[in-house]
Design a protein around this ligand. Structure first.
Ligand SMILES: [Zn+2]
Ligand SMILES: [Zn+2]
Length: 473
């Protein structure tokens, strides 16, 4: 995902404390209701005779044995079902497994469409879980399946690619690939989806349909989602969900919103070529610097003079390069920039206006069609019902104080390609821990995560999928 500027209030740290309290209470509730109960009984019978040693009343017969707690029947979802999923996720053995997976992926980051070892690791783990899958989609992508094999089909997606960044964090599992780093948390995304796969497989008898697990390449560059869709990732799928880690939220706080969440993002580049004057009149040339300058002015006018000021949009020229000589008009000028908007209508309108802006500019843009094709992310828009589903699941799983409604952000995500095809829900999960130092934005060489998020993310993914099938199957 393209990085975001911090925009949340610092009061959110309150949630960490509240969240920790909720988790502690859950742990206490489980231990006292389960293994500690017989111990409590025997202590009581030991104390009683001391209170009245001469009392000859025969001791009470021992209470009937407490039957072991059976997992809840989740035909109708209750909070006991959420607790059961959390228990599976937070089992110490499972937590260690999640950390080891994440660290192995972190040590070996791979760039877009080169996720060969990452993909191999995922397939190996799926094989161990006896989960079937289709491979490859979009070169290194995987489409795995858990459940009945029949409808409804609900998908959960994780992205696998890393960034061309040299890791600056010194720790035991630092990237071993020079100049490459999981600086956007996609190693954690893959791990949490594998964690969800394990939970869902353990609960497969509860599933009233099929969960599709999508491991996707090239989110950062190359529009991997678009190629996954082209290769059948969304076949039969009626809804899709995904998460992104966020340094803006304390660990395991979940945030989302209904409607536009992330902006559509496009990049444009054009070559404006001049024309030489006639042999007898070299000063009558078409000057590409003047033409390009005029194009910049026109481009700046698209948002400032044409767009609704209440509908956030951006068009920025960020690159302008001509010749190096000071005494000659260059043959051409290369200019480029970015544009962003929150609605599909506004986004594609801007694109159309950039193409229309000037005949010369339009011609040049047309010539770079392939580049334009690979550098457009539409807006990520959360379907209202999918957002409500995420919210319900999150509140039940982590508590109402650990769910927040977030504002729209100008970053972009290629998850938007899925959201153009089926109802979609995208959410954030916090990884911010001041003590650990996981406070840096994505795409920073100092980026790191709080690994305590892994079981919670896995449980959230699994519950979102299982409850969706429960309510739609
Ligand atoms: Zn990113
Ligand atoms: Zn990302």
């Amino acid at each position: 995902m393209n990085p975001q500027k911090p925009s949340f209030s610092s009061s959110i740290s309150t949630f960490t404390i509240l969240f920790n309290c909720v988790i502690s209470l859950l742990v206490v509730a489980k231990t006292t209701s389960d293994h500690d109960f017989p111990h409590f009984e025997s202590s009581t019978s030991f104390i009683k005779p001391l209170d009245n040693p001469k009392n000859q009343t025969p001791p009470r017969p021992p209470p009937p044995p407490v039957p072991p707690l059976s997992p809840p029947d989740c035909t109708v979802w209750t909070s006991a079902c959420s607790e059961e999923v959390l228990r599976l996720a937070k089992n110490p053995e499972n937590t260690e497994w999640l950390k080891s997976i994440r660290r192995r992926i972190h040590e070996n980051p791979e760039l877009a469409f080169e996720e060969f070892e990452t993909s191999k690791l995922i397939r190996h783990e799926l094989d161990n879980m006896e989960i079937s899958y289709r491979f490859p989609l979009a070169k290194t992508g995987i489409r795995a399946m858990v459940g009945t094999g029949g409808p409804p089909f609900v998908a959960v997606r994780a992205d696998m690619d890393a960034l061309p960044i040299q890791e600056a964090v010194e720790w035991e599992h630092k990237s071993k690939n020079a100049g490459k780093m999981h600086a956007c948390g996609h190693d954690a995304h893959v791990t949490m989806l594998l964690g969800a796969a394990k939970i869902l497989k353990a609960r497969e008898h509860h599933l009233k349909g099929t969960v599709i697990l999508l491991f996707q390449p090239a989110e950062e560059a190359g529009n991997g989602a678009k190629r996954m869709i082209g290769d059948g990732a969304l076949e039969n799928v009626e809804a899709i969900f995904a998460l992104h880690v966020s340094h803006q939220h304390p660990t395991a706080i979940i945030g989302s919103r209904s409607g536009p969440l992330l902006a559509g993002c496009g990049f444009f580049r054009a070559v404006i070529t001049g024309k030489e004057g006639g042999a007898g009149n070299p000063h009558h040339s078409v000057d590409p610097v003047l033409a390009a300058s005029s194009a910049v002015i026109s481009l700046q006018g698209i948002v400032s003079r044409e767009a609704n000021p209440l509908d956030s949009q951006v068009v920025s020229v960020t690159s302008f390069n001509g010749g190096d000589d000071l005494d000659i008009i260059p043959d051409n000028v290369v200019l480029g920039g970015t544009f962003r908007a929150f609605s599909n209508t506004s986004f594609y309108h801007i694109l159309q206006r950039i193409e229309e802006n000037r005949p010369g500019f339009s011609d040049a843009l047309q010539q770079s069609t392939s580049e334009k094709e690979y550098t457009i992310y539409p807006p990520t828009v959360n379907d209202e019902k999918m957002y409500e589903h995420i919210k319900r699941v999150a509140i039940d799983l982590v508590g109402p104080t650990n769910f927040v409604v977030v504002p729209p952000m100008m970053g972009a995500e290629d998850f938007s390609f899925y959201s153009e095809v089926v109802p979609a829900g995208f959410f954030y999960i916090g990884i911010r821990n001041e003590t650990l130092g996981s406070t840096h934005t994505g795409h920073s060489p100092h980026f790191m995560i709080d690994e305590n998020v892994l079981p919670i993310g896995a449980a959230t993914h699994a519950t979102i999928a299982e409850r969706y099938l429960n309510e739609h199957g």
